[in-house]
Design a protein around this ligand. Sequence first.
Ligand SMILES: Cc1ncc(COP(=O)(O)O)c(C=O)c1O
Length: 408
Amino acid sequence: MSQPSVSSRLDEIRALEADHVLQTYRRNPVALVRGEGVYLYDTEGTKYLDFLSGIGVSSLGHGHPGLAAALADQAGRLAHTSNLFFHPLQGQVAARLARLSGLPRAFFTNSGTEAVEACLKFARRYWHTQGITTRTSYVALDHGFGGRTMGSLSVTWDDHYRAPFKPLIGDVRFVSAEDPAALLAAVDETTAAIIAEPIQGEGGVRPLSPAFADAIRQACAATGALYIADEVQSGLGRTGTPFHFQTLGLAPDLVSIGKALGAGFPVGAALISERVANTISYGDHGTTYGGNLLACRAALVYLEALDEGGLLAHVRRAGAHFEAGLRALAARHPVAADVRGAGLMWGLVLSVDAAPVVPAALARGLIVNRTNERVIRMLPPLVITEAEIDRGLALLDEVLGDVFGSQA
Ligand SMILES: Cc1ncc(COP(=O)(O)O)c(C=O)c1O
């Protein structure tokens, strides 16, 4: 079957969108039409080295033959059933996620924000089922990001995202991740759950410190509050372990995942401990699409690559190589103030606004992202090789020279 007729001209694509697509995204002036491995190609045939993977999503790179074949096969058999029926794949994905995370049950969603919403709801349900109706509040972190739907937005810190949509869920307290004592003071007998990303992504690639992880453990032990680890960005191998909470020695009651799971197909999940799962009943939560056959087939391809395919070990090796190269690059540029991250999730923190870096990188054929104003965020496909990392960092080196001139 042929493709629908589409324009391959950037100006036509932009004009049609300008007329008919809600203008919520300030896009880069590039239309991407094809990908292979860690490379993307635009309408003009220009090649880009992808250091962002669609914000941490294209975990297996682009045009992955195994994923393409599995999705084509599944689309030809059966794409969707709704959750009114069994199908053979949800249990298989859930069992793999249970083995990787230690949390025995999964609820499937279509996105990260829905995974966070599910965790927020399940935390309240946990207390409600026990007849405790006063534990409804959440404690979240400064710089935290949970997504754009009302619940997730309520535990998102940046007022730029929140202000136009207030009132949000009222009982959310934000504390600084630099201040373990503030967390201990904020969590009390009204707290349903603490929610924290083990490495904050949108907020500027900020790993939680061991001292703060310790405070989460203490606060939960002292008050019984649940801990929700939002691993939508940091989870599923991105940092070289299945989940970053494991590196921090945390034992969350709920974990939200998304992004890497479908390797490009939209799928997320809430992972749930037995004690929370035991408080959830039929009908408590649901979604039409969540965990359909296409989504689960994509997730199985990814989880097989992660587990049996050696991807985790690859991320550890490639991540160490990335870190060494990035730190060497930072040392050459006085504008670089800090390097933060783990595995293949990195932020290069500048002493000035990083906004000019993104177009300058595109001009040199490199895709990176700016977040939290001064941070250049890099989330390459997890299959990236050391040679490709060296190529990308060499391009970034040139870009920083283009934009900021001085080399130490
Ligand atoms: C930590 C975290 N949680 C939740 C989300 C929301 O995921 P989605 O954009 O798939 O709704 C994101 C997205 O960037 C994220 O980084």
